[in-house]
Design a protein around this ligand. Structure first.
Ligand code: G3D
Ligand code: MG
Length: 178
């Protein structure tokens, strides 16, 4: 007899400086089937995507919040983070400032506003731009260890490299954390 399928709903966010590739990562992940719900008052897009985990006989509905070009400004932070259980902390491997802001700005924000213990991965995006790289893979590894990220992954949102695995890893880490 089949076990009953389990269903979960997880709210996650992508955090990082402007133009690191947050929206591009989401677009790659959800492909063409996404529903977008722009909340101008929150400065955020909200995207839904169902992830089927056959091996666990589970379905996860991901509610992905994406900052809509207001990284520096007045997002209603408490609402943005409310109920959030996981995040991708994203930097651009070609811009050092985006790497430096991960801990001091984005992780700090996440910890301040997410009351429950949240799960986060460190993502070094734009891995296709290797000739412009200024942040080495070993630097990413070290930072991930320092900030206790569940995992460090380099991605290319442009070519879809490691994008699915980044989101799926986050889902598995959240499930483990429940
Ligand atoms: P954001 O949502 O974090 O602000 P976007 O970032 O997803 O809007 O991406 C910012 C710019 O970086 C975009 O270029 C986008 O195409 C580019 N980009 C995102 N991810 C990658 C990647 O993995 N590789 C490369 N080469 N470029 C990427 P434009 O020119 O449209 O502003
Ligand atoms: Mg964006």
């Amino acid at each position: 007899m089949m076990n009953e399928e389990r269903e979960y709903v997880f709210k996650i966010t992508l955090l990082g400086d402007a133009a690191v590739g947050k929206t591009s990562l989401i677009s790659q992940f959800v492909e063409t089937t996404f529903q977008e719900d722009y909340k101008p008052t929150l400065g955020a897009n909200i995207i839904r995507k169902d992830v089927i985990l056959d091996e666990l006989n589970a379905k996860v509905r991901l509610i992905v919040w994406d900052l809509a070009g207001q990284e520096k400004y007045n997002v209603v932070r408490s609402l943005y983070y409310q109920g959030c259980v996981g995040a991708l902390l994203v930097y651009d491997i070609t811009r050092a400032s985006t790497f430096e802001n991960i801990e001091s700005k984005w992780l700090n924000d996440f910890k301040k506003y997410v009351k429950k213990e949240g799960v986060y991965l460190l993502i070094g995006n734009k891995s296709d731009l290797n000739e412009q790289r200024v942040i080495q893979t070993s630097d990413g590894d070290k930072l991930a260890e320092k900030i206790k990220a569940s995992k460090f992954i380099e991605t290319s949102a442009k070519f879809g490299e490691n994008v699915n695995s980044a989101f799926k890893t986050l889902v598995y880490q959240i499930l483990e954390n429940q």
